[in-house]
Design a protein around this ligand. Sequence first.
Ligand code: PLP
Length: 388
Amino acid sequence: MSWIDPSDKIKNLPVYPFVKLERIKAEAKKQGKDLVDFGIGDPDLPTPEFILKAMAQAVRDPENHKYPTSAGMPSFREAASRFLERRFQIKMGPERIVSLIGSKEGLAHFPLGYLNPGDLALVPSPAYPVYKTSTLFAGGESYIFPLKEELGFLPDFEAIPKGLLSRAKILFLNYPNNPTGAVCDLAFLDQAVYYAKKYHFWVVQDAAYCEVCFDGYLAPSIFEVKGAEDCAIEFHSLSKTFNMTGWRLGFAAGAKDAIDTLAKVKSNIDSGVFQAVQHAGMVALDQGEQTILEMRKIYQRRRDLLAEALDSVGLKYLKPKATFYFWVKAPKGVSSEQMAGALLDQAGIIASPGSGYGPEGEGYVRFALVVKEDRIQEAAKRLKNLDL
Ligand SMILES: *Cc1c(COP(=O)(O)O)cnc(C)c1O
């Protein structure tokens, strides 16, 4: 019995999937197991040296020890604007950009800015859990729509009842996609904008993996679609692009009123990003091109190794063109949890059960390529022991 019961919202929330994974991992480690850990999508490589240098310098400047502004330093927002222009040939001025304490923070706060009790958000399944939870925290309701393998894990907008499209204030999208590794093209984003304009809602596009691309594929920005700047907000993150997950830095770009609303929410909650971190982020965004090319090569090599390993034991998956995730199908009749359990018990391999990403994730497990090549080869050997 607790002194005071947590709120219903919190009490009824399932344990965040990775918290469970961490517990299982700690237990296996205690038993002295050598694990190959494809579990959490947290890059194993360190933040590049040139970014560390910028941080070391910025941290010594007393100007940076004060409260930041919640929308972010103009110089950081200008660097983000330059990055978007260089990468996507789009013009988003600094007034259309807000800095974030990681993009998760922004995604979690955005619904607070727009949802009244009972208002609707369209949320994909499987998905990053934050979209649904943040909708719940804001008092809104989620309509969960499926991402189906036969449609390349893209939504079928036609299949969403018109009444719900009309009621919706927010549509969450995430391409390149976690956990499925699916990508979209510009024609798809064009379709999303068409629906947003027809039914009047915000498209919230989570672009955390837009730089983690392979085989010459380059993920588009929704702002390459004409008119998207009126009805969309796109969330970018330095976490996966520059191995900076622990730094907590991202930014949102988009419609001016969406950005202003998000900044208003933030000004009442978090007061923004440590300025030294913003300085380091500026340097990363302005000078990170080479780092990004190298990062892509590393993950592409790992991807090819894991693909070979999965092929050799007949496991089925979609070979990712972007993100560092493999969405692997469990054999018929085997659940996500059973498959993840078998991988752990029989092969000392950690992968996360797909069911943690929503009902449509049942029957899959997710492998994150945050493991060095020699350990992927070790995993390849161990997979041969797997008996499902
Ligand atoms: C990792 C991730 C993020 C971003 O994380 P931050 O570190 O908060 O920027 C956002 N969306 C998805 C789908 C992710 O996997």
